[in-house]
Structures are given as C-alpha cells and as structure tokens.
Design a binder for this molecule. Sequence first.
Ligand code: ADP
Ligand code: MG
Length: 268
Amino acid sequence: MRVWAVANQKGGVGKTTTAVALAGLLADQGKRVLAVDLDPHGSMTSYFGHDPDRLTSSVYNLFQHQGRVPEGLAAALLLGTSHENIRLLPSSTSLATLERQSAAQGGYGLVISRALAQLRAQFDFVLIDSPPLLGVSMINALAACEQLVIPVQTEFLAMKGLERMVHTLNMVNRSRQQALPYTIVPTLFDRRTQASLSTLRTLRKDYADQLWQAYIPIDTKLRDASLAGVVPSRLESNARGVLAYRALLRYLLVHVTPKPKEAVRQPA
Ligand code: ADP
Ligand code: MG
C-alpha cells in the first residue's frame, strides 16, 4: 500500500482537487484507493456527496481512541463514493476541536499512520487531503505518508505558503527516519497572466529539484466535476486538466520510490 499526502499551508491552491483527481486516475486503473479527508472543512467528504456536519462517525473517532485504534474501527468508518474503486475515510467538523491541541499530546501524531497500518491489505493506494494550517491533522498527514505533493497556485503570494510548508516539512523530518520526499505541482496556471508566468519562473529557479516541470492549467471541467461529485476523469477523460493530472500521476509513479521496508514506521 502506498500513501501519498497533498498539503500546502494555504487554502484554495488545488489540494482537494489534486487529491481527488489522482485518486480517480488510480482507481480508473483498477487500483483500490482510499481517500482520507483530514481537513475539518471536509471538502473531500463533500466532494463525494457526504455532509461533514452530519456524519456521526468520521476520522475524528480514530483520534478519540488516543491513537490506539480498536480492531475493526478503521474499516467500519469507510464510506462508498461515486467511483467503485474509491472508498472514503470522511472528515467531520469535530476534527476542528483537535487542531487546538498539541500533536504531541496523547500520542495524537501517529493516529492516521496506525489506522492505515490496519488497512494495508485492503488498499493499493491512499490519498490524504489536508487542511491549510499546521496542526494535528497536518502532522498526522505528514507522518503517515511516503510522498508529499504540494500544489502551488501560480499567482502572486504563492511563494509564502510554499516557504511555510517547506519549513514545516523540515521540522517534521527531524522526527522521521528519513526525509519525506516531496513534489511541487504548479496549479491553476493561466498562460495569459503575468502572475502565472512569473510564479512558474520563480519555482523553476528556487525549487528546481522538487518541481514537477509541467503544470495543471485552469480548467473549469475540474470545478464541474466537483459539483457533479465525480472524479474529473469520469466527467471528461480528455479534459485539459485531466490530461495534466494524468501526466503528473505518471511522473509520480516513476519518480517516487516507496520507502525501504525497514524504514516504514511501525505501529507502537
Ligand atoms: P484547496 O483544497 O487547496 O483549498 P481546491 O482543490 O478546493 O483547493 O480548489 C479551490 C477551488 O478551485 C475549487 O472550487 C476547485 O474546483 C477550483 N479548482 C482547483 N483546481 C482548478 C483548476 N486547475 N482549474 C479550475 N478550477 C480549479
Ligand atoms: Mg481543500
């Protein structure tokens, strides 16, 4: 089972869209995919047609057990989606109360990592969506994944969010056995704007090694897919945005090597 997380300490940059699009493309290939929503706003949960304000069980239940997930609980929380190969571990608004606490308290930092360890036989891929702020959820996402995807909106002010994210990553890396590899993905690219072009130039200059060389263009089909509650590839498999995400997936599959087994964090 491979676990990828999508994160950036800035909202509206395409995190949820990226997580869902990649999940959809993997699922289209017949992979068994688990989509994990760690954002208290529950955008990914809403995307798949569930109401994060009304769910009685969610990822929050995993945290209530102080990181020691009772046998079978993780599996009991999985919901169906509009794609037969994608299951959803939903978020709920109660997750927001956790964000005020320290990840170090009560073993909160590895809750998701432990829960996923119990689901290893059921899924080929896990895509984690995360909130735009540094807190318990973000720490859990970073601790649980083997690869991080950082969408960066190609507009002015984008670099600040990226700098903050990389800073957080460096902090988290100190407590990991090996540095978490990450890929920066330029999103919402509009070739007609100076902002898009100049942000892309800056990324290519400052983050050459971590940058995916192409970009995700602005494509209204991606928004239409979220309104329809289907993964983008199911709405229109040859839309520009879908083609770009397909190229990104190919890149990630080739360039991201799974962690060596001995380095995988074992549940305590
Ligand atoms: P985040 O999760 O970072 O807050 P979202 O993925 O929710 O960002 O995207 C924010 C908004 O922009 C959503 O309405 C989404 O449908 C839209 N969006 C995301 N990526 C694109 C894109 N490449 N082209 C057009 N709209 C997009
Ligand atoms: Mg989001």
